[in-house]
Design a protein around this ligand. Sequence first.
Ligand code: ZN
Length: 356
Amino acid sequence: MKNNSVTSLFKKLATIKSPSGSERDIANFIKGILEDNNILYFQDEVGNIIFRVGNIDAESILLSAHMDTVPPGDNINIEESDGFIQTDGTSILGADNKASIAAILDGILSVRNKINKNIEVVFTVEEETTFKGAMNLDISSLKSKKGYLFDRSAPVGTIVISAPYANEFVITINGKAAHAGSEPEKGNNSIVAAAKLLNLLPNGRVDTYTTFNVGKIAGGSAGNVVAEKTILSGDFRSIDKKNVDNLSVLLKNAIANVEKETETIIDLQEIPIVQGYSFKEDNKFLQETISIIRAQGLKPQNQVSCGASEANEYNARGIEVLNLGDGGESPHATNERIKITELIKLRDLIVKIIVD
Ligand SMILES: [Zn+2]
């Protein structure tokens, strides 16, 4: 196995512009590699690329990563220094998640004839925005009941064993407009109602693995008008489903109280956006994974995440998927970088997973 094959593949992938929803160029590049190597693939309606290699009758393992990147990523100039790959500082690097795509492809191609499992690979679209790729993936076309997502910007060896449930909400407070100077009595100020509501809601970290956030507020029309409408939106999340349910009740109660006190009409739209998951310490697949990581001379590091990933979607749909560290640093920022040795470790870990 050549170490520079994974780095040069990563650099090629990184320079292909691939904002969420416009993954065509990177998908074509990946399809070209698969075609050159006589690997059959399927591209579904939303643009996900799915292929399999290895022994179809053996145990199935899913390997997954996403093809899209966040802005700014239109013009990526790669630099290499002190053992890191980074950009010139004007764009993201896109190691999130192209390091994983490079490691999966290079890993597979370097040991193609020695793969003892049925390896199913899924490269998704639109992870960064809506999870559209993962949500529209036809899970029934996969044999795998377990597998790995490599989409955690953390040292290789990291295992995300738990990720949160999350609900998003939009609250619309309807007051009544009136001239603020001549007849304020005829109005009902929705901004004041919003302030009262905010006072009743939690803010920030509720407990170690539970958060609540109002992240956006907009209201009123002008300084001399009693504010008729105010809209607040936010999300709350927790590793523990019970906490999410409790916060949902708390939100509804707070709204009912403020509605009564201020005589406004408050509309709540609340949607669960992601289903959480937790692997117990003694979970067989988790134990297997820890052994593989150890066997590679790496340090397994279990992590509880407060952010969601496509692993949430896979687990919710019945495939046990662990999200593993991909070696990247500072994702979604212009100082994003990856250590070359981490990229090689990631590729080698993938080889270990598919060969052993
Ligand atoms: Zn990512």
